[in-house]
Design a binder for this molecule. Structure first.
Ligand code: ADP
Length: 208
């Protein structure tokens, strides 16, 4: 669905791939050139979504079921989409998201093996059928990402390299299935080079 005047850009990848770094740089660059842009992050971003985030990432909560996790993630996304993303896009602002839609497909689909087609339908419902204009997949080997990660890991990050490998493969499959929207970026490159590639791609798509 396209309701918007602003552009909706999402960033995806396994934990530690460098996406938060790139999201912050992009939002800063866009605002510097007067492309009015806000940053959102998942799970979280509204009062309700932050409370759901607490449940999802709580360190001691190991007995959450895979379906509960999927529903909470998409519940958080629904609130963020309704309360923040859609109103801003309608106003003509650009929105850059640190994770969205595809995180559920990669983590709950690829990682936890829930049925992908169901998850796609659940996502459509949660996002009011809003689709990103472009999705940057910052792709990196799980071993490299784990070296970068801080010692204090949250519940999902503690799940380890095997899960991260499943999630990475799922992301790469999504980038083929949704190839119009996906741009795969080599996350092993330097922070500045990655930022440059992202700007170049956005210019190519007439977003910058
Ligand atoms: P994510 O949001 O994907 O989990 P971050 O952006 O928080 O990842 O980056 C994780 C760590 O790796 C941070 O310490 C960050 O400074 C570092 N980092 C980010 N991008 C790169 C890069 N291209 N090369 C080396 N280190 C990086």
């Amino acid at each position: 669905m396209s309701i918007s005047k602003g552009h909706f850009i999402t960033f995806e990848g396994i934990d530690g791939c460098g996406k938060s770094t790139q999201v912050k740089m992009l939002v800063e660059t866009m605002n510097n050139i007067e492309k009015n842009t806000i940053l959102v992050r998942e799970p979280g971003g509204t009062n309700i979504s932050e409370e759901i985030r607490e449940i999802l990432l709580h360190r001691h909560l190991s007995d959450i079921s895979d379906r509960t996790e999927a529903l909470l993630m998409t519940g958080s996304r629904a609130q963020l989409t309704y309360e923040i993303i859609m109103p801003n896009l309608i106003k003509g602002k650009n929105v850059v998201a640190d994770r969205f839609y595809d995180s559920t497909l990669a983590y709950q689909g690829g990682g936890r093996k829930l049925n992908l087609e169901w998850l796609i339908k659940l996502n459509h419902f949660a996002t009011y059928e809003l689709e990103p204009d472009v999705t940057f997949l910052v792709d990196i080997l799980p071993q490299e990402a784990s070296k970068r990660k801080a010692k204090e890991e949250d519940r999902i990050e503690r799940a380890g390299i095997d899960l991260q490998s499943l999630v990475r493969n799922a992301y790469l499959e999504l980038s083929v299935r949704f190839k119009e929207r996906f741009v795969v970026i080599d996350g092993h490159d330097t922070i500045e080079n990655i930022h440059g590639s992202i700007l170049a791609e956005l210019r190519r798509r007439n977003i910058l």
